[in-house]
Design a protein around this ligand. Sequence first.
Ligand SMILES: [Zn+2]
Length: 278
Amino acid sequence: MPQTPTQSQTPQPPKTPTPGRRQARRRRRKRQRLILLSAVLALTVLGLILHLRGGQTAEGGDLPPDDAPAILMPLPDGHIYTRIPVIDAGHGGEDGGAISVTGVREAEINLQVAVKIDLLMHFFGVPSVMLRTEDISLHDPSAQTIQEKKRSDLQNRAATVNGIQNAVLLSIHQNTFTDPQYSGLQAFYTPAEGSKALAERIQSTVKTSLDTTNTRLAAKAREDIYVLANVNCPAVLVECGFMSHLEEEKKLREDGYQTKLAAAITASFLQWEVGVNP
Ligand SMILES: [Zn+2]
């Protein structure tokens, strides 16, 4: 840009911005970087989901075909994930949670989905943590009755989350209802800052990429859910689907569908995280 004589005569080179201009430029660059990161993440996730969708076999299986396109996996340039997703596979051990229409324990599906989220998070360079990696209850050895074990298990889960700096709780559950007509994933959030945005992000990613018929909205979590009520970080509980709905229950048991669920949840976390920590 041509310089005016006045500018060239000033002792400071005109290219050196004033602190105010420098800040504005930094903000502009930050904004541009954020837009770029979001676009890269959205494309990555879309690629991943399309890849997984392409894997549907005639038998209803989910093995990727041999000619499946390679998944584009560009990592956000220079972005460092400082939030730690703590993945809580609900229930476990003696507490199997809900029982599906075909007799499968909720705890089992929760763990299968949680493991897939953990793998995807690590794939993206996010240092996620799992609260349980086996079919166990996390109670203290001193707990005797089922009630004591349940209480101790929940207290220990909340304490572990609270002991992790920059934690973000992702609690994975499956829903059930007496009326078998209800289906669809729903995300629940706590009053903690960021929780609602994350739950809404999950809900909308699921609607656009996994289940276009899902009209559910992210909702406030009940206050009597112990782990959610007792953690001091952003927290979201995902009810991945209804085990009381015949077709959805079948999908929830499938490895491929669980991977899609995990991809949608992971993608939502990545996008939310970049927005929170640009
Ligand atoms: Zn549950």
